[in-house]
Design a protein around this ligand. Structure first.
Ligand code: MRU
Length: 357
């Protein structure tokens, strides 16, 4: 396969694809430069791809998983070129590096496990590239299909043309394409169920201001930014009916880890009678994590809080606490929307039934 253009990108309100397999390598839209510049990273090795994940050129749980799947193709190709028969053993170090890129999004580990199984099934001595590329492409396509299904299911929950609030970036940039929470928003907007999207700016990486606003402007969906500290006031004024977010990992009891600030949004939503929806494919559900306490939370550099755009903004001498994610307890979630169905008021038993279905 020479060029891979993910399907379904011509639907209305769905014009962006950030992960592309092209001319035998991986091409990523480098999200660190958006919205000021559209730059691409051309990646030929798994190690460089791991660095792109770690350094946030690509981010968002499903996007990290899809990217890792393609990175396994690169690792296998490099190992096969050098070691032939023993490519499988020689790619393990690269796969380990990939697995260490970021700790919270379970999609990374899910995708690596799936790709490992495909590697193990390839007959000894056979060139692995074509089979592995097919597997990675399938992961990519299935993620987009899951997002479109979640879009339909989530949009059906939103009635009546009221506005919604979202946090971080959960759109085409954060997934194989279309988006999770932003996919629901795209579908709900297309169906006339919402008019304006309120988006938290999302400190410290500003995924809301830089990425969600960019995506929605590209796709001509009205977007209004706010500092996340303003979210409770927005709810108090009765301006939004739903808060809709994604997840990096959902535990077996329905507790959901997502971008820092999601938990306070859920607390405020419950206080103000605003419904709270988590949208994530089943590849984001980790049944091995009994509850939210078992989810590893990435701690990032204090500089991300002390600085803005590389410029120091905090008083010299101040320290900073910078957890990248928090956990929203299942009791604050009204609906978890997956491609397999919707779980309302999630419990351990309901999550088990969903995963068995
Ligand atoms: O640190 P990031 O930008 O990778 O965090 C992303 C999020 O928290 C998203 O909400 C989550 O991955 C869901 S993306 C569909």
């Amino acid at each position: 396969m020479d060029a891979y253009n993910a399907p379904m990108k011509n639907h209305a309100h769905d014009s962006i694809r950030a992960i592309i397999w092209q001319d035998h390598h991986l091409r990523l839209l480098d999200q660190r430069w958006l919205p000021q510049e559209t730059r691409y990273l051309d990646l030929h090795t798994a190690k460089d791809t791991a660095a792109a994940i770690r350094d946030m050129a690509v981010r968002g749980a499903p996007a990290i998983g899809v990217t890792a799947a393609y990175a396994v193709v690169l690792a296998a190709r490099q190992a096969y070129a050098r070691y032939r028969e023993n490519w499988l053993a020689h790619m393990q170090e690269d796969v380990e590096t990939l697995a260490q890129a970021r700790p919270t999004a379970v999609n990374l580990f899910w995708a690596i496990d799936v790709m490992r199984e495909h590697c193990a099934a390839i007959p000894k001595g056979q060139d692995p590239e074509a089979l592995l590329l097919e597997a990675a492409t399938r992961i990519h396509e299935e993620d987009i299909a899951a997002n479109r299904r979640m879009g339909e299911l989530g949009a059906a929950l939103i009635q009546g043309g009221r506005d919604v609030l979202t946090h971080c970036n959960t759109g085409s940039l954060a997934t194989g394409g279309y988006g999770t929470a932003l996919g629901v928003i795209r579908s709900a907007y297309a169906a006339g169920h919402i008019q304006t999207v309120f988006a938290d700016e999302t400190r410290p990486w500003l995924q809301g201001a830089r990425l969600t606003a960019w995506e929605l402007v590209q796709d001509e969906i009205p977007v209004c930014l706010l500092c996340e500290g303003a979210a409770a006031s927005l709810m108090r004024e009765g301006r939004v009916s739903w808060a809709i977010v994604g997840a990096d990992r959902i535990a077996a009891n329905g507790d959901a880890a997502n971008k820092i600030g999601t938990y306070s949004l859920a607390v405020a939503a419950r206080h103000h009678g605003v419904k709270f929806m988590v949208v994530a494919p089943t590849t984001t559900i980790d049944m091995q994590a009994a509850d939210g306490d078992a989810i590893p939370i990435e701690q990032r550099s204090a500089d991300e809080v002390l600085e803005l755009g590389g410029q120091r903004v905090a008083a010299r001498g101040a320290q900073a606490w910078n957890p990248s994610f928090d956990v929203t307890p299942a009791s604050l979630i009204d609906a978890i929307v997956t491609e397999k169905g919707v779980v309302t008021e999630p419990t351990r038993e309901k999550m088990q039934n969903l995963m068995k279905s």
